[in-house]
Design a protein. Structure first.
Length: 129
């Protein structure tokens, strides 16, 4: 079953990105940051992270997303796939991390290029029956 990505400040307020004027993101899941151990083994450490990325995001859509995260981070609810090729979507309560804003004060285009949101401290929510 196909879903659309969703976002909300509560589980009950989840809204599809398409309904709020935001195009679908590319999604990726990382179990943590890979670190080399003294033994030569590698281990994923830290928080698992989901990213939503857009090659090009209209500034109006960026502003809509900014309303959900007015500071560096915010508690948020999302419905997301774990990877682009995954049809399975999960509902999560998480921390939305806003990227450091490095764009110039005056925009020369109508789109923000290479925009990525990170979500961490992921807690899966079971749908109420």
């Amino acid at each position: 079953m196909a879903f659309d990505h969703e976002i909300g400040t509560s589980y009950e307020s989840l809204a599809t990105l398409s309904s709020i004027g935001v195009p679908p993101p590319l999604t990726a899941y990382s179990p943590g940051q890979r670190s080399a151990l003294a033994s030569g083994d590698e281990r994923d450490m830290g928080w698992p992270v989901i990213t939503w990325s857009w090659r090009s995001l209209p500034h109006a859509a960026r502003d809509v997303l900014r309303a959900y995260c007015t500071g560096p981070s915010a508690d948020i609810y999302i419905r997301t796939g774990l990877n682009d090729d995954d049809d399975a979507f999960v509902d999560l309560q998480c921390k939305m991390i806003w990227p450091e804003d490095v764009e110039p004060k005056q925009h020369t285009t109508h789109d923000r290029l290479g925009f990525t949101l990170r979500f961490k401290v992921l807690a899966e929510i079971e749908e109420p029956s």
